[in-house]
Write a protein that binds this ligand. Structure first.
Ligand code: UD1
Length: 355
């Protein structure tokens, strides 16, 4: 098979790594397109090195901009690549602007689309990710779902053909890299952190960063938690740093870091007492690493983590966040909701069969 894969944002590098490996091992030909949505070395290059991703065959260097501009630029540039490559499949990942641009460019040229991480829904139509998911799923020919919940969401929207429950590729990545992280990462020593004596936090979602009240309330909680004696460690996404600086919000009492690599993040997550996040990926990583998680949102796509008692939706209220950090405990049971870590090979097999 000749496959064009479209990636561009940090979580997509982590999702693509196991599939790239599986494609290579099964002798298929992959042309890797980096849209350039994420371009800071610490948001992009570092991940290619650590995850042993092949160097992209092309970087479209789209960079940052408004949603329409960014998606439009990607659409035009991906179309050119697809016209030249004429692949059997276009492979898209997750829910970013790179995902929807890849899907649209492909269907207009009558090239079949496979969507890895199909069927996820927050049912919050204010999120850019939700628009990207809904449209991409309705355009895709092969819908590779991580959970039964995702399959059910698609059924409800009338999508039945080409839907497969395959598990979560992020679990493949975690399983493959956890031992490497334990061997190679020195981040705990560097930051002088003791296992289970700190909280790990990340904030980057537009609903939190672009709403000064929510952003303020969240960071107020972090400062209070640190003040109460539990250090809060925050690898900061560039957009969040920008917003905090614009709002003159002081974060010098917190352990704020530049974005960290995947292996360092796995170590920080595994050893945290608790994880506070608005990221989708980190909610699942917390679950797999058996670390209790508080989600700084009103809803989640990963409902299994909440229903099982490992994750709690706390929103963006200072008091609720602080209270929950001190009271939330995880349950005894832990079920394998997200597959067996062999999802990538299952995806490749389906690409072969459906062709
Ligand atoms: C994107 C995804 C989001 C995903 C996240 C992972 C969309 C709509 N959102 O959000 O679903 O969870 O990636 O990180 O696609 N910036 C830099 N350097 C970079 C990249 C971004 O400084 O390398 C800054 C720029 O100011 C930019 C802002 O971050 O405007 C937002 O970047 P963008 O790629 O548009 O969205 P993310 O917030 O990263």
């Amino acid at each position: 098979l000749h496959i064009v894969s479209i990636i561009g944002a940090r979580p997509q590098f982590i999702k693509a790594a196991p599939i790239c490996r599986a494609l290579r091992e099964t002798g298929h030909q992959e042309y890797l397109v980096h849209t350039g949505q994420h371009y800071d070395p610490e948001m992009s290059e570092v991940f290619f090195e650590e995850l042993q991703l092949p160097t992209p065959d092309i970087n479209l260097e789209v960079g940052s901009g408004s949603h329409g501009w960014q998606t439009g630029q990607m659409l035009m540039r991906i179309e050119e690549v697809l016209v030249a490559q004429k692949p059997n499949w276009v492979l898209i990942y997750g829910d970013t602007n790179s995902t929807i641009a890849g899907a649209l460019a492909a269907v207009k040229l009558h090239i079949p689309v496979a969507h890895v991480e199909a069927g996820l829904r927050s049912f919050n139509r204010k999120m850019p990710e939700e628009h990207n998911r809904v449209v991409s799923d309705h355009l895709a020919d092969l819908l590779l779902c991580p959970t039964q919940t995702a399959v059910n969401n698609l059924t409800r929207e009338g999508i039945a053909q080409g839907v497969h429950l395959v598990g979560d590729v992020m679990y493949d990545s975690l399983r493959y890299n956890l031992r490497l992280a334990e061997q190679r990462s020195i981040i705990l020593d560097t930051l002088r952190l003791q296992p289970k004596e700190y909280v790990l936090a990340t904030v980057h979602r537009a609903e939190n960063t672009d709403d000064p009240e929510r952003l303020h309330a969240i960071f107020e909680a972090f400062i209070q938690i640190t003040h109460d004696g539990l250090p809060v460690v925050i690898p900061l996404h560039p957009r969040t740093r920008k917003r905090l600086e614009e709002l003159n919000l002081s974060f010098n009492k917190l352990q704020v870091l530049a974005p960290v690599s995947y292996l360092d993040m796995l170590m920080l997550a595994q050893n945290a007492r608790m994880i506070l996040t608005d990221s989708g990926g980190l909610q699942k990583e917390a679950y797999w690493l058996k670390v209790p998680c508080l989600t700084l949102r009103e809803e989640t796509e990963w409902v299994e983590t909440v229903e099982s008692g490992w994750n709690m939706l706390v929103g963006a209220q200072t008091e609720t966040i602080i209270q929950s950090v001190h009271t939330f405990t995880s349950p005894e049971t832990h079920l394998p909701f997200y597959g067996d870590g062999e999802t990538a090979f299952r995806c490749v097999r389906l690409l072969e069969i459906q062709q």
